[in-house]
Design a protein. Structure first.
Length: 277
C-alpha cells in the first residue's frame, strides 16, 4: 500500500455517497469506495453522515440502531479498517439512546487493527423548514454533549483530529472549544438548499480561523426518499484553499495533510497565539 511521501505527511481521503434506504446496499458501496481510496494510498478515510442509511422515513434509523460495540454495521467497519490497515472515521451510525424512540447520531473511529478508538455524538441537531422542505432531527435524534477530539499516531507523527458532524459546522464556538487540532473531520449530509449558499463558506471559515485542515465527507445527490443533498466533499488547507472537491455523485477525494504547512501558516500569521478571549 502506498503512503504519503514524508513522515510529516498523512494521506487522507473523503468518501462521498448517495445513500439509499437499503442498509446492505449502502454498506457494500462504502466497502467498495473504502477499498478504492485505500488502494490509492489513503491511510485515513472518512465516510459521510448517514452513510449506512438514508431511510424513506426519519424513524427508519431508529429501527437500525445498534448498541455500542456490537452489531453488523460496527462489525463491518472494524473489519474494513483492519483489512485495509487504515484509520476509518466512520461517518455516522445510529446508536441506542436513552430515549427508546430516538438514536444517537454517532461518529466512531477505528484504527488499523479494527479497534474502536474514538467516539463523538452529534451535539447540534438540524432544524429547517420552508414551504417545500422540513427537517427536524430532534424528533428522532438525541443530542450529545461532549465535544469530539482524538489523537492518532501515523507515519511516526501524532495527529490531533477534531470530530464534528454536519450542522455542528454552523457553531464556531464548538471548534474553538476543541483547541488546536491538525484537521477537523466533518461528515455531513447538507441539504442542496442550504449547501449551495453556505457549505463551502463555512468549511473554509473553520479552516482559516482554526489554522488547520478540514476534511469534509458529504452525501451528494438525489436519494431514494427524494431528499437532495449538496455533495462537494472537500479537503481544505490551513490557509483556506480548497485542495480537492467532488461536486456530486459517489466517489472519493484525497490529499495530504502536512505538518510543515500547518507550521508555516501558524508562524507567518500567528492568529491563534494572538487570541485575547
Amino acid at each position: 500500500m502506498n503512503t504519503a511521501g514524508s513522515a510529516s505527511e498523512l494521506k487522507v481521503a473523503s468518501i462521498q455517497m448517495v445513500s439509499s434506504a437499503d442498509l446492505k446496499e449502502n454498506l457494500a458501496t462504502a466497502s467498495r469506495l473504502i477499498k478504492a481510496a485505500a488502494d490509492n494510498g489513503a491511510k485515513l478515510i472518512a465516510l459521510p453522515e448517514y452513510f449506512c442509511l438514508m431511510g424513506l422515513k426519519d424513524t427508519d434509523k431508529v429501527n437500525a440502531r445498534e448498541n455500542l460495540g456490537s452489531g453488523p454495521i460496527q462489525e463491518q467497519l472494524a473489519a474494513l479498517a483492519k483489512e485495509h490497515e487504515i484509520f476509518l472515521v466512520a461517518g455516522t451510525i445510529p446508536l441506542v439512546a436513552k430515549d427508546l424512540n430516538k438514536v444517537l447520531n454517532t461518529t466512531l473511529v477505528f484504527d488499523p487493527n479494527g479497534l474502536s478508538i474514538g467516539r463523538y455524538d452529534k451535539i447540534h441537531l438540524f432544524g429547517f423548514q420552508t414551504k417545500t422542505e422540513r427537517y427536524q432531527e430532534s424528533e428522532t435524534i438525541e443530542a450529545g454533549d461532549i465535544p469530539g477530539i482524538i489523537k492518532i499516531s501515523a507515519n511516526q507523527e501524532t495527529w490531533t483530529l477534531g470530530l464534528s458532524i454536519c450542522y455542528d459546522l454552523r457553531f464556531p464556538e464548538l471548534y474553538r472549544a476543541l483547541g488546536q487540532v491538525d484537521c477537523h473531520i466533518i461528515p455531513a449530509a447538507f441539504t442542496y438548499t442550504t449547501g449551495k449558499d453556505h457549505w463551502e463558506i463555512l468549511l473554509r471559515a473553520r479552516a482559516i480561523e482554526n489554522q488547520c485542515y478540514v476534511l469534509a465527507s458529504a452525501q451528494g445527490g438525489i436519494h431514494q426518499n427524494q431528499r437532495r443533498t449538496w455533495g462537494h466533499s472537500m479537503l481544505i488547507d490551513p490557509w483556506g484553499q480548497v485542495l480537492a472537491n467532488l461536486p456530486e455523485g459517489e466517489g472519493f477525494i484525497s490529499g495530504v495533510l502536512s505538518k510543515e504547512k500547518l507550521n508555516e501558516v501558524r508562524s507567518k500569521l500567528p492568529a491563534l497565539a494572538h487570541r485575547k478571549l
